[in-house]
Write a protein that binds this ligand. Structure first.
Ligand code: ADP
Ligand code: MG
Length: 631
């Protein structure tokens, strides 16, 4: 027995560590990582394992068949899931107003009047002032000449609303200075003969009339109760370069209010605490803390939250072949967030930021069918496979190879679906916990809060810092420093917000957000997930009342690779006087490979730290690069 591999199957990635015995000494010779295939804990994981193994043996020029033994972890029978629940639907009533913010409106100023189509015979217009509607069938030159003609005939044209993106072209050709809002896709939805107000801010400024409820009230002569109802509209328009608000006829847009679902959190004694999701994340987390350790969570049927919790339960039931009723939800992480929601009655896909709660749940079953994975692996690879040990203990053992660490120690394993924590005391017993919410939840929050609807872009914005390309030769980093290039950057990047990859390469961010907006959403998402969970996790696994007694906290898992998460957690824990740092497994792997390394150490040595029986044929000194566990 001379070449063995430890395999850690995570929710997101499958990691491998290979150790070889030469001259009676075991040492690490290779490691690798591959995306986990299928849901963690199912035989669908086998192709991913095979890929990870292939990558690892390639580095040592050996075929997979040379591996004498494969070690699997007894994966914690938990899966994390995330979902977003809008907690209130702001009521938008008959006097609905519509806001819009095209990228290049034309003209400038504020205008109000009755909506008339550009096809109307000017002699038939009765209204004192008009807002002209220009559908895409009328080109910009004809539109401009018609407006000029109307003006000559004495029609008071106050503003224009266009379907195409030609606002600037029309503005350049009309003799009067009017605001022109363009790119109104659903121009047919605009009610005719209704009062409308249009505002286009001068260059570099934002609108000030329509973003102010009293400005709208003035434009439409609203009563105080009507003014109340348009407050969300005014709020949605703050910061816009342009806007159009139309008073729709009564009953045109129905009043809509969606009830927020509720959750029931059940404690160890079977007592339950009910919380409405519209009370926000704090209320939910307070209830989770009060009921801790919780034994289950039920979501109200027919609501998003009920659907999400049941889906997680059903998935777990399917994997394990148990019935859904017996699957328990053991943790919930709720985070307040804002999501862009389409405004009812929108004519150009307008959005308004709506309060929502992001939720991560942790579902637990009695056991995952790891033995089936072991069997399948054994038959496909024709190598002996053994289920070696419990994930948390393996993670501790692997993390203890970080130079400068010792028992007692606390471990924070920050992965994709869950934040796991473990504590090893002087007596070398390990206590562990699995909390809902980790890297995937951060990605989801960034995705929804920026309205991206693009997970891979959200993932990039999570992992990479930003800069703004100011000239072809310089960019301002998000920390304010300016970087000068030796060669001009590509012209497409000019003036753009870009993300910076590890190798320094820049990629444009395909949205209109500023550096500050993205940065603040990104940092808030990371803090609300990882700071909350670091505290909760350490409080759970620490034996004493007070987490101040923790000497070392080692952060592992790939979310610990993040450029700012470890720093945020270290800063927060420094308040308690705790030394906290990113792990460096075997002195070479950074925060990766802790579980895979621990698996091998538990088989060939490392009994110093944990009570493992090591089979005689494998017992030999271990040599790792630095941080040798035998020292
Ligand atoms: P698991 O053990 O659950 O499989 P991992 O330890 O592989 O999880 O962590 C996966 C998470 O790490 C994902 O949410 C992913 O977005 C995040 N991640 C991976 N690389 C980085 C990085 N360089 N910076 C920040 N987060 C990262
Ligand atoms: Mg992991």
């Amino acid at each position: 027995m001379n070449l063995i591999a430890g395999i850690d199957i995570g929710n997101s990635s499958t990691e491998v560590a290979i150790f070889r015995r030469t001259d009676g000494t075991w040492s690490a010779v290779s490691s690798s990582l591959y995306r986990t295939t299928g849901l963690k804990g199912t035989t669908e994981n086998v192709p991913g394992i095979r890929n990870a193994l292939e990558r690892a043996v390639e580095k040592i020029d050996a075929p997979i068949s040379e591996l004498d033994l494969l070690l699997l972890n007894e994966a914690a029978p938990v899966i994390g899931d995330v979902a977003m629940e809008t907690i209130t639907e702001t009521v938008v009533t008959e006097s609905t107003m519509i806001g819009h913010d095209p990228s290049t409106p034309g003209g400038g100023g504020f205008g109000r009047g009755v909506v008339v189509d550009i096809d109307t015979d000017p002699a038939e217009i009765e209204a004192k002032s008009v807002v002209v509607l220009i559908p895409s069938s009328v080109d910009f030159a004809s539109a401009a000449s018609i407006i000029n003609e109307w003006h000559t005939q004495g029609v008071d044209v106050q503003a224009a609303i266009m379907q195409k993106d030609d606002g600037v072209l029309v503005a350049n050709r009309v003799e009067i200075e009017i605001p022109i809002v363009d790119e109104v896709r659903e121009i047919d939805e605009i009610p005719m003969d209704q009062p409308a107000a249009v505002e286009v801010a001068s260059s570099g400024r934002t609108i000030d009339q329509l973003s102010n409820p009293y400005g709208i009230a003035t434009a439409f002569d609203l009563s105080s109760s009507e003014t109340q109802k348009i407050i969300p509209v005014a709020r949605a328009l703050v910061g816009n370069k342009s806007a159009v608000v139309i008073k729709t006829p009564e009953g045109n847009v129905e009043e809509r209010a969606i009830p927020a679902g509720s959750v029931r959190i059940i404690d160890g004694n079977g007592n339950s605490l009910a919380v409405d999701t519209d009370e926000g994340a704090e209320a939910i987390m307070d209830a989770v803390e009060t009921a801790w350790p919780i034994t289950d969570v039920e979501g109200e049927r027919g609501t998003n939250i009920g659907g999400m919790l049941n889906r997680a339960r059903a998935e777990m039931a399917e994997i394990t072949g148990q019935d859904a009723e017996s699957i328990r939800i053991r943790d919930l992480l709720a985070v307040n967030t804002l999501v862009p929601t389409e405004v009812a009655g929108a004519v150009a896909g307008e959005h308004r930021m709506e309060h929502a709660v992001g939720l991560a749940s942790m579902v637990k079953t009695s056991e995952l069918p790891m033995a089936q994975i072991a069997e399948k692996l054994e038959s496909t690879l024709d190598t002996e496979v053994r289920i070696q040990g419990v994930e948390a203990s393996m993670a501790v053992l692997g993390s203890l190879t970080t130079p400068g660490t010792d028992v007692p120690m606390a471990l924070l394993d920050m992965g994709g679906g869950s934040t796991d924590a473990a504590f090893i005391n002087e007596g070398r017993t390990v206590d562990s916990t699995h909390l809902a919410g980790a890297g995937d939840m951060v990605t989801m929050l960034i995705d929804s809060e920026l309205g991206l609807d693009d997970r891979s872009l959200a993932e990039r914005l999570k992992q990479q810092p930003l800069a703004k390309v100011q000239t072809l030769y310089s960019a301002r980093h998000e920390d304010g420093t300016v970087h000068f290039f030796d060669e001009a950057v590509s012209a497409d990047l000019y003036g753009r917000v870009v993300s910076l990859a590890d190798d320094g390469s820049m990629e444009a961010v395909p949205t209109d957000h500023t550096v500050e907006e993205i940065r603040s959403v990104r940092r808030d998402a990371k803090e609300s997930v990882f700071l909350t969970n670091a505290r909760r996790a350490l409080e759970t696994v620490t034996p004493s009342e007070n987490i101040r007694h923790l000497p070392f906290v080692v952060m592992v898992g790939r979310s610990a690779l993040d450029f700012e998460i470890p720093e945020m957690i270290s800063d927060a824990l420094a308040e308690y006087g705790i030394v906290c740092g990113r792990g460096n497994v075997r002195g070479t792997e950074g925060p990766r490979n802790a579980v895979a390394t621990g698996l091998v150490l538990s088989a060939v040595g490392g009994g110093e730290y944990l009570d493992f029986a090591i089979p005689e044929e494998m017992a030999a000194p271990i040599e790792t690069t630095v941080g040798d566990v035998h020292e």
